[in-house]
Design a protein around this ligand. Structure first.
Ligand code: NAD
Length: 296
């Protein structure tokens, strides 16, 4: 399987498409946004793509509504029977199941394969993938999955990849809140943030967020905080992921109080700011709250 399209050339899609092209795939980049298209050689608008000529189509779009739109307008009407559809966006479980039913009804092979790891891992083929789909459909996509990810966890039926992703991201969101509050409190208590970071990275407080998304500018050189909070993982997407986890919590009946608090905090932050900066910019919001409280 060599000829494929990557739809969505944003923070994640562009490095994924670049890595697939570098490893020998014939990749067509697709995006509705002209700026995103300019950043990937030969990228096309969806209306310009011959979807019937592709063996695989990877979607990596912001939300369920965007994926549904791409499926209904472009992919389902034109992809040829047997094409492998690999849906890598983080979306709700019900939409993932509906997309699978619509695709398989047209003879297409479709799986949900949301990812974890950020743009650095996307560009290196080191993503973690949480896969839901029938075994034959997963086998069909295997070559692409193995190129993009170093860890592939097949959880079961269609939608189960998104179920795993919702739980995984709730852990990330709650951990992110704890890391940001920990650093804000450390600063308020007069601790040196670099020394505090060094302590935490080798101790029980260690986490991926702490190592890669330390919220204090200048502490970790490659972190978004040290680059004007350029994403990384946009706060609006973190808010969306936590809302998806909350939806899953509601539908399953399992209480997730910390997840719910994190969902509310990131959603109101993203609503107030537009949410385009990395989620770790919430740290500045926490600090502002401290100073506001102190001054009033
Ligand atoms: P992004 O907003 O940076 O990029 C999305 C791209 O999709 C944009 O270029 C946009 O123009 C394009 N787009 C939107 N609607 C489209 C359509 N109908 N057809 C074609 N293109 C369209 O988002 P991102 O950070 O790359 O995230 C994409 C998905 O991956 C999200 O679901 C996110 O939750 C998930 N994710 C992101 C990260 C991360 O670190 N950024 C990590 C894991 C998972």
């Amino acid at each position: 399987m060599r000829k494929l399209a990557v739809i969505g050339l944003g923070t994640m899609g562009r490095p994924m498409a670049t890595h697939l092209a570098r490893t020998g795939f014939d990749v067509t980049g697709v995006d509705t946004d002209a700026v995103a298209r300019r950043r990937f050689a030969g990228a096309l608008r969806p209306s310009e793509v011959d979807f019937s000529a592709l063996e695989a189509i990877v979607t990596i779009l912001p939300e369920g509504e965007h994926v549904q739109d791409a499926y209904e307008r472009w992919i389902l009407p034109s992809a040829k029977s047997g094409t492998a559809l690999i849906e890598c966006s983080t979306i709700d479980i019900d939409t993932a199941k509906r997309l699978h039913a619509a695709a398989s009804g047209r003879g297409l092979s479709q799986i949900d394969a949301p990812v974890s790891g950020g743009p650095e891992a996307a560009g290196a083929g080191w993503l973690s993938m949480m896969v839901g789909g029938h075994p034959d459909d997963v086998r069909k996509a295997q070559h692409v999955l193995e190129t993009l990810a170093k860890k592939i966890s097949h959880f079961g039926a269609p939608g189960s990849g998104q179920a795993a992703k919702a739980c995984h991201n709730m852990i990330c969101g709650v951990t992110a809140m704890a890391v940001m509050e920990g650093f804000a409190l450390a600063e308020a208590l007069g601790l040196d943030p670099s020394q505090f970071h060094a302590l935490c990275s080798g101790s029980a407080a260690q986490s991926w967020t702490l190592e890669n998304r330390c919220p204090v500018p200048g502490v970790v050189s490659g972190a978004p905080a040290s680059n004007g909070y350029a994403p990384g993982f946009a706060a609006r997407l973190m808010a969306k992921d936590l809302r998806l986890a909350h939806l899953a919590s509601d539908s399953s009946g399992q209480a997730t109080p910390f997840g719910e608090m994190a969902a509310k905090a990131f959603t109101s932050f993203a609503d107030d700011t537009g949410g385009d900066l990395d989620f770790s910019s919430y740290y500045e919001h926490l600090r502002i709250r401290r100073y506001t409280t102190k001054d009033s």
